[in-house]
Design a protein around this ligand. Sequence first.
Ligand code: PLP
Length: 370
Amino acid sequence: MNYKPSTMIPLFKVFMASEVLDALKEVLYSGFVAQGPKVDEFEAKLSEFFGNPYVVTLNSGTTALHLALDLIGVGPGDEVITTPMTCTATNWPILAHGATIVWADIDPATGNIDPASIQKRLTAKTKAVMAVDWGGYPCDIQTIKKIVGNIPVIEDAAHAIGAMYKGKMVGNTADYTCFSFQAIKHLTTVDGGALLTKTKKDYKKAILLRYFGIDRNKRSNDYRIEKDISMWGYKFHMNDVNATIGLANFSHTIEILQKHRDNAMYYRNAFMGLPWLTLMHEDARYLSSNWLFTMKVRRSARFMDYMKSHNVMASKVHRRNDTHPVTRAFRRPLPNVDTFYRDMVCIPVGWWVTQEDREYIADLVRSFPG
Ligand SMILES: Cc1ncc(COP(=O)(O)O)c(C=O)c1O
């Protein structure tokens, strides 16, 4: 190993296009910075990208999850089947709705919720199922939908922009798909998110729910004095400042995704055959966004220390959600989460990881005593 990074190679890095500043300057001094034409333009771009006309931009991925639960009508007494292997943002909205979390186990080969475990958890009270695309690898939504019948499925695709599931862009299969444009995602608006729906009815309701029950594109002459609000809504909309940042960054998203994928492929080839390391399973019909590169290793705590001591960040990224005091009431045995969480670790895979970096990282991983 001749090359050694002088500073830590990070797990995440904010991508900000150089064009952002000029575009922002124009919007910031235009006299209009709230939700307006830039949001419309960003939504149109996203619709085209996802191949779904029903895209509702929001101020975060978390609010997209809140809206999905609202559209389903989740409330006290309802059960939501979900996974603990995710960011708290996935599950805390379920608590905010007063519903009961029902943990399903995961498929340890992917880290995603296990459809067979969902089947075992179904009851008459099940109101929704939450499926998280761990690290950007799509959940098997078709199988989940077959199992749950008419129960709506929310796909938390915060990690998975650009991921493909059986030839379709993620964002077209679940009843509701939630994306995040938070700081360290492939596409950032600094903070932001989007909810994609399957039906026009849900789309129209989401437009109202995101802004006080008002469709801002249907203003009356005196737009501050709406007189016909028939339902309440939140203040969850995206504004033109965030949308402007999103538009500038959006033109780099394909390139960014490709870099993540190239680095992931490089690691998969480099780590094959190591007896103490297990690669994640990949179905040829799915294409991950590779937001994370997760693998399972023996003695993961030692492995992370080893990597960090050689200037490569390594982490589990998200703590399993079922061990927090706030979710204590819902605890149950989850043997696959136990082993997955014990062994899994993520190493830098993103657009900032250069050829030199990845060669260094691969050599370092292979040199771990195991
Ligand atoms: C799996 C998952 N879901 C939801 C979110 C929430 O997204 P946001 O930070 O945009 O609210 C995140 C955040 O990073 C996430 O990792």
